[in-house]
Design a binder for this molecule. Structure first.
Ligand SMILES: [Fe+2]
Length: 753
């Protein structure tokens, strides 16, 4: 019986690009159900949070040629990764053949058959397929001409153990067989050489073999000759896939199990694929000139250890021959593949800002946000850099409902939004980098070519308050209210254009939680400040994780969570190096670039019991910085109000620390050190376990407001709290958080208000 659906009517969209310049165009991909039509209106977004204490939801309709009514239909979503190699079925000889590869499955739980290597038409159920049947029992299916046969091992494979597996058919004997030989060294599997599972084999009679159907050879999926969308259906790793033009004996399979980076059995080898080549891209390289190249679909994970990884190297770029494996997931998402419904030409006169396509269908409303940057040469005074890298990391997060640690971190009942429930009904829209794939491995790749349901103006964070995009709209709203001349940029713009993206601006403001940064982004900010630029770090836990963008697919972002930091998962041994760039993943502080070195402060604590307020510190009275507090009563607490947890210092907070690189000339202007024990010191600073790491006891649980200048005239002001932006609009924007923010921005752009 189908589960009752809570949302019979819905409509969702995504733009072809998040950042668009005047003169460019952007496509909108839309799908929905429960209504025949969708009403489209272009809007500019100002403020999202609907709490009554704040300015409320604020959008401005912008007449455009995309406005109107369009037919609505539900589109199929592409997901599940696999590899496709064309042209193999024609090569298979009638006189017997074998499929072999190395496989390691991460979890034992699948209730369905998982395809390893197939030349199989799912529409007619004909062909040949090496599969794992439920219980991880290796099987070979053959079906062609006048008969079909299947042979299945009686025992399942062990999870997290590498095996050489082979399926072979021999028309001369009328037999088909499967074999699985464990390939265990001291490093490559969950268990070591003292606990090696037994080898297994089975065989059965088969009728005569005729040519397989004209479908492609797939790794991790079954093909469909009738044009149906193919979806990856295997959770696990595959290395050294090979096809032989003869039946393989038991001795052959034992010899194959000793293979390194190439098949150890050459006799009758028809084709094989070297997955250690092209790791940065989606290319599947033939191992010989007779082996047709292929491609990976839906972004499986590369740069993962293979069957022959021996612990001698921990970075794939130094020993790619030990990284010739691909980790496929049924819930990998690259580009969901919806058709474009309409195209917006962003005309040269378009103002920079946060925009959205508002979609309304049958009482359901969605906003599909996108960002228009300034035309070159027409930049205004201020740039607000929206942290789209962090939006991608959190894209479609299910922390409260799916992450085992989610509710424990919150310490209270999470609140779910309608969009959270809709997301639970549509798991095909993919996971965030805070979750695990179905097989328990961490999500290291995230794509923006899908609807991102928490990157919506009204969304609220299940833990507390708002998070990311709606929090950054607090800053947009404050800039609009203050009448500032500002443009918006995105992380992708800064990554692509480097320092040139920031150079035109007198001041650059970050978003409220710019946690994820590429090396090019850090280089751009560093060059900007060192060259005299002025930055307002408007958030908390910024510039913390290393990210990279796929050079081949710039809409895909990668993170490898390493052995340190507040992390939702940890990459496997030897798998902390990015596949897309070959650089070391993990925390920037573990690469020698703690956020303190540039922004003055860096992540120190997080908590969700509420937000707190700051008090002035002695540096605030130094003549060089008193202008920051102009109009602020020196006795008043700073930010004991706000839309996020009732204070300006909350959610994730940062501290200055000269030992981590805070520039020695930095002034400590204010400090919030009154947190409760829902706030704990970050784990990268805890070497021994002991009590007293909560906010009521530990001196490092605090948020520091800092300011420094460089000799070349650069300057950085840091708020050190995600919640800061939620206090800007309090009391009709007349409050000390707003005043301090305005004093700094006015000084930076050379204006007096
Ligand atoms: Fe975060």
């Amino acid at each position: 019986m189908a589960a009752p659906t809570r949302f019979p009517t819905w409509v969702l969209g995504y733009p072809s690009d998040l950042s668009v310049a005047p003169g460019e165009s952007v496509d909108f991909h839309v799908s929905g159900a429960g209504a025949d039509e969708v009403e489209v209106q272009l809007v500019k977004l100002i403020h999202g949070d609907t709490q009554r204490a704040g300015p409320g939801f604020h959008e401005i309709e912008v007449p455009s040629r995309v406005d109107g009514t369009y037919p609505l239909s539900e589109q199929e979503t592409h997901h599940g990764s696999y590899a496709r190699i064309a042209g193999m079925s024609a090569l298979l000889p009638p006189a017997g053949a074998a499929l072999s590869l190395f496989a390691m499955v991460r979890a034992a739980g699948s209730e369905r058959a998982q395809p390893l290597m197939t030349i199989w038409d799912a529409a007619t159920e004909t062909g040949v397929a090496l599969v794992l049947e439920p219980g991880l029992r290796l099987a070979l299916w053959t079906s062609a001409g006048d008969g079909s046969a299947r042979v299945t091992l009686g025992d399942g494979l062990w999870a997290e153990v590498w095996y050489a597996v082979c399926g072979t058919w021999d028309p001369t004997t009328g037999r088909i067989s499967v074999r699985a030989v464990p390939v265990v060294n001291s490093y490559n599997s969950r268990f070591g050489p003292v606990a090696i599972p037994p080898s297994r084999g089975a065989e059965a009679a088969a009728s005569s073999w005729t040519a397989p159907p004209a479908v492609d050879l797939l790794l991790g999926a079954f093909d469909a000759a009738d044009g149906r969308i193919v979806r990856g259906a295997y959770d696990g790793k595959i290395s050294l896939p090979s096809v032989y033009a003869r039946a393989l004996t038991q001795e052959d399979v034992l010899a194959l199990a000793g293979s390194g980076a190439a098949p150890a059995v050459q006799e009758g080898l028809l084709a094989w694929w070297d997955l250690s080549r092209g790791i940065e891209a989606s290319w599947v390289a033939g191992g010989t000139s007779a082996s047709p190249d292929g491609e990976l679909v839906n972004m499986p994970t590369r740069a993962v250890t293979a069957h022959n990884w021996d612990g001698s190297c921990y970075e794939w770029s130094h020993a790619p021959q030990q990284y010739g494996a691909v980790h496929f997931h049924v819930d990998d998402v690259d580009d969901v593949g919806w058709n474009a419904m309409c195209t917006l030409d962003v005309t040269p006169d378009f103002a920079s800002g946060v925009y959205a396509l508002r979609l309304r269908a049958g009482g359901f409303e969605d906003h599909t946000p996108f960002f228009v940057r300034a035309a070159p040469g027409r930049e205004k005074k201020v740039a607000l850099v929206l942290p789209t890298g962090s939006y991608l990391a959190y894209a479609n997060e299910h922390l409260a409902t799916a992450a085992p640690m989610g509710q424990a971190i919150v310490g209270h009942t999470p609140s779910l939004q309608p969009m959270d429930l809709l997301l639970m009904e549509h798991p095909e829209l993919g996971l965030s980098m805070y979750e695990l794939h179905a097989d328990g491995s961490g999500v290291s790749l995230s794509s923006r070519r899908r609807p991102i349901l928490n990157m919506r103006p009204r969304h609220r964070f299940s833990f507390m308050g708002t998070w990311q995009f709606p929090s950054d709209l607090y800053i947009v709203d404050w800039l609009e209210h203050g009448g500032y001349d500002y443009d918006v940029l995105t992380d992708e713009d800064v990554h692509r254009d480097g320092p040139e993206a920031l150079r035109p601006y007198r001041a650059v403001m970050t978003g409220s939680h710019p946690e994820y940064a590429s090396e090019r982004m850090l280089d751009a900010y560093e060059a900007y400040v060192a060259g005299g630029g002025k930055v307002m770090y408007m958030g908390g836990n910024g510039f913390y994780w290393v990210i990279s963008y796929s050079p081949e697919k710039p809409w895909v972002m990668e993170v490898r969570r390493g052995e340190n930091g507040v992390r939702a998962w940890q990459a496997g041994p030897g798998e902390t190096t990015h596949s897309t760039t070959g650089e070391k993943g993990g925390l920037w502080r573990d690469r020698g670039r703690a956020p303190q070195k540039l922004f003055g402060t860096g992540f120190t604590s997080e908590g969700y019991g509420g937000s707190f307020h700051y008090h002035r510190m002695p540096d605030a009275d130094l003549p060089a910085v008193t202008w920051i507090f102009a109009g602020v009563d020196s006795d008043d607490p700073i930010g004991d109000f706000g839309l996020v947890g009732g204070g300006a210092a909350g959610q994730e907070i940062d501290r200055a620390d000269v030992t981590l690189g805070t520039p020695p000339q930095t002034h400590l202007l204010a400090c919030a050190q009154n947190q409760d024990d829902s706030y704990k010191v970050v784990p990268e600073e805890i070497e021994f376990m002991f009590d007293g790491v909560g906010g009521t006891e530990h001196p490092n649980v605090r948020a520091d407001v800092t300011y420094y200048e460089t000799l070349a005239g650069g300057a950085v002001f840091a708020t050190s709290s995600i919640a800061w932006s939620g206090s800007l609009s309090h009391n009709g924007y007349d409050n000390n958080v707003s005043r301090i923010t305005g004093n700094v921005l006015d000084r930076f752009i050379g204006e007096r208000r």
